[in-house]
Design a protein around this ligand. Structure first.
Ligand code: NAG
Ligand code: NAG
Ligand code: NAG
Ligand code: NAG
Ligand code: NAG
Ligand code: NAG
Length: 692
């Protein structure tokens, strides 16, 4: 679906005008204007009928059950102008005018009829004010398991509406339409768009009341529906660390989706920087860590001794903030800048408490674990989040004088921050706690201070006391990095409709970079070198992922063989499969030989021969192997060169890893294997080794 040039000028999706003429009946004639069509030259009568049908459905969702949209509509504009003319009550007209789109990121300006393969629905039977359109083509909610845990639910739980902001933000990051002039309180101004801006999107709401209440039975129901509805990519910004794959609703749901050719992208989790905190770990999920980008919202804390510390903040001071209650002593705090250690409770809540006690500003000092990773939050009062080390100097100054003084500058939007990207401290890390042979996370993408659409049902801080409502917000988390990869997967799927989910995963992984904008190894949040346990194959490079040269492909049977090798009950595995003739192989596969685009040997004893298979998806060529050897081992590739003539041709090779120095490989050691051809394809896989 292409956006034609003429439609780009129409900023509003749903203009509304009343036809001129005598009015004596209760109903008046209105034009419901929906923009322009972009049918292309080969438009058929089926396409035109589908537009009319959509107009009927659209109006029907606003009318009472005893009213018929077919009777109300007297023109359906199907060819160039999109919209319809109808006789409507003023109240219905006003409702149509006010409802959609609430977020311009989901405007369907320039979108043609909904593709016929789509089987989803807009589940607004209990919330007639919720509407879909030709961009947001479906929305459903799943609350039955939540009700089992929490008891009877009131009407607010019978709607797919996002009242928290998380779903709007993640979905618009994956597939939001172009919105010019987006910003957060004037910061980060630019055109907002999702990774696949022309994609149709649908929402499956499974999380209730904040982000805690997402239950497995609801999650599995949502996967089941999404597979039925005909989605191509699932962006799953949720997860919990579970001891087995069969005990994990996201892993089970993802498996079934992948079995139907759907790409499933999941967040790594926000439990970093401790080891083995990654939450989604199945090989059929593309699991995404979070890193920074080179755009910052810096401000400065300037002290009486002229020291300046760079912090982050993303809001102007709201003028109408009311101080009511608080936990801090107003006698001590009033008129002061409060210095807080940023532990335990949310940062924005600390800002709120400071403001409630009459503080004029707040400085939040990172805990040591979080190093230089500072989040630009929309605090309700002037604030600055500074690094652990700077915090130490600041506290030293506070201690050194009876009357410490200072001020906080206004934030600015700054580009070109270095180093960038570096790993966000909160980003969950490997190794994989279920199958250490499978590297997780797989990839990293921007997840710090991400600006995307937001619900106006909530304040930007999610604090009740904060009365602001903004259409775009800055949020941080692996929930935000996950949809970056989902958007890219959407583009790859459009370019290469025949690629399997594993081929798309491989393309994204093998073209990633492990270097930052200083041309150094990507760092962690304390500015020490990060490892594949933080970033997987590296930071995503979408343009290179379009043409990876070779892919490490996998079929559904490979995943089933993987489950057999883990020793899961064979009967359960048969139930898991849609392939009736599938049975576990007599000799279980070795997990290190699972054809993953990363090579991980967690228990090296002496030496091991690992096998892999690559498939040509590019031009003919001869690839040469190059290895950056992990410390303490030797690595030999056989053969060292692979020649491909045809697309789809597959070749196997061996990776022989020998321990040289057991005292080194007692800890994980990291290296890489690169296959490169004469046409600048570089197919890079991390190598991760540890001795028993
Ligand atoms: C429904 O229940 C939720 C959570 O218990 C509550 O926050 C909300 O105010 C209730 N809404 C209505 C309309 O009663
Ligand atoms: C933070 O929470 C932990 C665990 O509940 C607790 O042990 C610790 O004392 C808290 N720290 C502060 C500064 O409140
Ligand atoms: C500041 O003084 C407090 C209390 O005496 C002490 O605990 C803290 O370590 C000091 N901090 C610095 C950075 O000097
Ligand atoms: C960064 O890596 C160093 C060295 O492994 C480690 O000591 C430190 O805790 C890590 N910091 C973060 C924030 O991950
Ligand atoms: C089903 O499984 C059988 C036996 O493992 C295999 O030969 C066949 O290719 C599979 N079919 C599909 C569609 O994956
Ligand atoms: C093994 O590595 C350790 C630590 O780097 C080193 O001290 C030792 O000399 C090495 N031994 C051999 C045989 O290379």
């Amino acid at each position: 679906m292409r956006l034609s040039a003429s439609t780009l000028f129409l900023l509003c999706c749903l203009l509304f005008s009343q036809c001129q003429g005598p009015t004596h009946a209760a109903k008046q004639s209105y034009v419901v204007y929906l923009g322009a069509h972009s049918h292309g030259p080969a438009v058929s009568s089926v396409d035109l009928n589908r537009v009319t049908q959509y107009h009927h459905e659209f109006l029907g969702s606003f009318l009472g059950s005893n009213e018929n949209p077919e009777d109300a509509i007297f023109y359906s504009y199907t060819r160039h102008i999109n919209g319809f003319a109808a006789k409507l009550d003023d109240a219905v007209a006003a409702e149509i005018a006010s409802v959609w789109p609430e977020s311009k990121s989901f405007s369907d300006e320039g979108f043609g009829p909904i593709p016929s393969k789509w089987k989803g629905i807009c589940q607004n039977d209990k919330d007639s004010r919720f509407h879909c359109n030709r961009k947001l083509i479906g929305a459903r909610y799943f609350n039955q398991d939540y009700a089992v845990h929490k008891g009877p639910l009131n009407s607010s739980f019978y709607s797919p509406r996002d009242i928290n902001g998380h779903g709007t933000h993640t979905l618009s990051t994956a597939g939001g339409n172009f919105v010019a002039g987006a910003s957060v309180f004037g910061f980060g101004k630019g055109t907002a768009k999702g990774g696949s801006p022309k994609a149709r999107v649908a929402a499956y709401k499974v999380c209730w009341e904040g982000l805690g209440g997402c239950y497995d039975c609801d999650i599995i129901a949502a996967f089941d529906m999404a597979i039925h509805d005909g989605v191509d990519v699932l962006s799953v910004s949720l997860g919990v660390k579970r001891p087995t794959f069969f005990g994990d609703g996201v892993a089970i749901g993802s498996f079934h989706a992948v079995q139907h050719g759907i790409v499933v992208v999941c967040s790594a989790g926000n439990k970093g920087p401790a080891d083995s905190t990654v939450e989604n770990v199945a090989p059929w999920q593309i699991v995404v860590g979070a890193s920074t980008m080179d755009r910052d919202f810096p401000n400065y804390v300037v002290l009486g001794n002229n020291k300046r510390f760079k912090g982050q903040f993303i809001r102007e001071r709201p003028s109408n903030f009311e101080c009511k209650k608080g936990t801090l002593d107003p006698k001590k705090v009033k008129g002061k800048i409060l210095v807080c250690l940023d532990v335990n409770t949310s940062s924005v809540d600390k800002g709120l408490q400071a403001a409630l006690a009459g503080a004029v500003g707040v400085v939040l000092i990172n805990i040591q674990d979080f190093g230089y990773d500072r989040t630009a939050d929309p605090h309700v009062l002037p604030a600055s989040a500074i690094s652990f080390n700077d915090g130490d100097s600041l506290l030293g100054y506070v201690n050194s004088t009876k009357h410490p003084v200072g001020f906080i500058t206004r934030p600015t939007t700054e580009f070109g921050a270095k180093p960038s990207p570096f790993m966000a401290a909160f980003s969950s890390k490997g190794p994989n706690h279920i199958t250490p042979e499978i590297l997780k996370p797989d990839i990293t993408a921007p997840g710090e201070n991400i600006i995307a659409a937001y619900t106006e049902a909530e304040s930007p801080t999610n604090l009740n006391e904060d009365k602001h409502r903004i259409p775009f917000n800055s949020i941080s988390g692996t929930s935000m990095s996950c949809p970056h990869i989902s958007g890219i997967a959407g583009l790859l799927k459009t370019l290469h409709p025949d690629w399997s989910p594993a081929a798309i995963q491989s393309a994204i992984m093998t073209t990633a970079t492990t270097l930052d904008n200083n041309k150094q190894q990507i760092l962690n949040a304390s500015f020490a070198e990060a490892t594949p346990f933080s970033y997987g194959a590296g930071h995503v490079q979408p343009n290179l992922a379009m043409d990876p040269g070779l892919v490490y492909d996998l079929t559904v049977n490979d995943y089933l063989n993987f489950l057999c090798a883990l020793g899961y009950n064979k009967n359960v595995i048969s139930l898991f499969s849609t392939n009736c003739s599938y049975t576990c192989p007599k000799n279980a596969i070795s997990l290190v030989n699972f054809n993953y685009p990363a090579i991980t040997v967690p228990k090296l004893s002496g030496s091991i021969t690992v096998t892999r298979r690559v498939k040509n998806v590019g031009s003919p060529g001869t690839y040469q192997a190059r290895v950056k050897t992990p410390e303490g081992v030797s690595v030999t590739i056989a053969p060292k060169s692979l020649k491909f003539i045809n697309v789809g041709e597959e070749k196997s090779f061996k990776v022989i890893i020998k321990a040289k120095n057991a005292s080194v490989t007692k800890d994980y050691a990291f290296g890489e294997l690169i296959w490169s051809d004469e046409k600048q394809h570089r197919v890079r896989s991390p190598i991760v080794v540890k001795a028993v």
